[in-house]
Design a protein around this ligand. Structure first.
Ligand SMILES: Nc1ncnc2c1ncn2[C@@H]1O[C@H](COP(=O)(O)OP(=O)(O)OP(=O)(O)O)[C@@H](O)[C@H]1O
Ligand SMILES: [Mg+2]
Length: 490
């Protein structure tokens, strides 16, 4: 395994990482520019309009018959522009236009030399087009007079373009909205990357793969809400759906990685509670049973056993009762006949025929169903689950099962919450780790550390809560994938 700093990093490195970030944070990246554009549009559209008019005057030195002293044209033009924008000139213009003050005029006017010429553009703005024109006109005339007082003024600083009606220069809501939108986009992208850097949830399956140093065996979506509510398994209720296909793929992957190890007892665990362990192991058991494997499915989550409710087995004896010698293994094992998969069209409801369990299954196990498995429920919940699992009889029962079945799949409690799962790893051949999308980086770290010390072979990990099951890069994080109570029980 790499060093900790290398392994636990969320720094994007490839184009695919960036694409994944943009997909995950699309709402910030889209909504911020849209909001900024709309707000700037509304704000600028409600501003009172400003109109500008301009007049062009010539400041050709020849017309002023300047003494033949050497001068620098740039300095000359700058001086003329400064003169045009002087307090004195402003005072003279303001005198001509009722309601105008010199200060106001200075603030709303400008004298801009036209590059490469001896021409000044004198501009003035006001709240109506006509007032703007009058101001610009007075501006040009007063400049003429100022430059060459008396009758000769018109020819000394001729007005080349007289002031026309003012054109609207403000507000420009469309331009402002575009600028606001661009600013919002920069902000949105910045915020997205900041959020990404602060986010402790692991967003890439590569990061999990690097941390756990085991292969990815499958990507599983969250079960449909209808299935979840009815507490039904997709391998039974909708065996030809893409989700069921994902479990068949998972079965193939497990067979593949287990090809050399020949592990017969495999437990499924995860870092925390409510991450999909029981659902995964139950569907996986059915996937194996459907291809003719003799499968025993054992519930060893002694704190929150859930397999009997998934398989509709009530009040049954289980492994705890076998361990304390209250019942025999044969009596506790519940044969579960799996209904044959119906054609895809009939998949809704009708196909989800209830399991046939217990006595109603014929002794050879082959009813009209395609395949069957044996469920060993949890049984009577013992007061001290961890001490109970330490008992050597637990290992004895697991061994007995492994000699009678092709495969023994064990539903285990979470690894980080209690010590039970760690104890169990000493009693099985191999472990499959369930890892939810968006797992907390610290939990992942802890999980990797615990798994390193586990004696059993770690076959690989299964991603749950995936939204784009077949995406080859990253994955979509679905914050709704796991109910909130998951964290409460950690
Ligand atoms: N692949 C999956 N992706 C997302 N959610 C899932 C997935 N499988 C199951 N879930 C949902 O997660 C919740 C917990 O499922 P499940 O009981 O299988 O988890 P668990 O890890 O066994 O929990 P516990 O720690 O209580 O034993 C359920 O609401 C279930 O529908
Ligand atoms: Mg469970």
């Amino acid at each position: 395994m790499n060093s900790t700093t290398d392994t636990f990093t969320n720094r994007p490195t490839s184009a695919a990482d960036y694409v994944a970030i943009f997909r995950r944070r699309k709402w910030v990246i889209i909504s911020l520019p849209v909001m900024a554009a709309v707000i700037t549009y509304i704000l600028s559209a409600t501003q009172s309009p400003v109109y500008q008019s301009s007049a062009a005057v010539s400041i050709d030195p020849a017309t002023f018959s300047l003494p033949n002293v050497p001068y620098d044209p740039t300095t000359y033009i700058a001086t003329q522009a400064r003169v045009a924008h002087s307090t004195e000139l402003a005072r003279r213009v303001a005198k001509r236009i009722p309601g105008e003050t010199p200060g106001e005029f200075l603030a709303n006017s400008s004298a801009e030399p036209q590059t490469g010429t001896y021409i000044l553009q004198l501009k003035a703005s006001a709240d109506t087009p006509d007032r703007a024109r009058r101001l610009a006109d007075a501006y040009a005339r007063e400049f003429q007079l100022y430059k060459a007082p008396g009758k000769q003024s018109a020819s000394k600083a001729p007005i080349l373009d007289p002031a026309g009606a003012g054109a609207k220069i403000r507000p420009r809501p469309k331009r402002n909205a575009i600028l606001g939108g661009l600013l919002g986009l920069v902000l949105g992208v910045g915020l997205a990357f900041l959020a990404e850097a602060l986010d402790r949830r692991v967003q890439s399956e590569d990061e999990i793969e690097r941390a756990l140093a085991v292969p990815l065996l499958g990507r599983l979506r969250r079960p449909d809400r209808a299935l979840e509510t009815a507490n039904r398994l997709v391998m039974v209720a909708a065996p030809s759906s893409p989700s069921a296909e994902a479990f068949r793929k998972l079965r193939t992957s497990v067979e593949f990685v287990n090809f050399d190890q020949h592990a017969r007892t495999i437990m499924v665990t995860s870092a925390g509670p409510r991450e999909g362990k029981s659902t995964t192991v139950a569907n996986l058991a059915i996937a194996f049973a459907r291809v003719g494997r003799r499968v025993a499915l054992v519930d060893l989550d002694l704190r929150w056993p859930s397999l009997q409710s998934l398989f509709r087995v009530r009040g049954a004896d289980g492994i705890t009762d076998v361990v304390i010698g209250r019942v025999s293994l044969d009596d506790a094992l519940q044969p579960v006949a799996l209904p044959a998969p119906a054609p895809a069209a009939a998949e809704d409801g009708a196909n989800g025929r209830a399991f046939t369990t217990g006595a109603s299954v014929r002794s050879n196990g082959r009813t009209d169903a395609e395949g069957m498995l044996h469920l060993l429920p949890c049984g009577t919940i013992p007061p001290a689950a961890d001490e109970f699992l330490e008992r050597s009889r637990v290992a004895g029962v697991i061994d007995q099962l492994s000699s009678r079945f092709d495969l023994v799949l064990i539903d285990a409690p979470p690894l980080l919450a209690v010590g039970d799962a760690m104890t169990l790893t000493t009693k099985v051949d191999a472990v499959v780790v369930v890892t939810p999308v968006g797992i907390d980086r610290h939990h992942l770290h802890e999980l990797a550390r615990q798994l390193q010390t586990a004696r059993a072979e770690i076959l690989g990990f299964v991603l749950t809560g995936v939204t784009h099951a077949d995406s080859s890069y990253g994955y979509g994080y679905d914050p709704q994938a796991f109910p909130a109570e998951r964290r409460e029980r950690v």
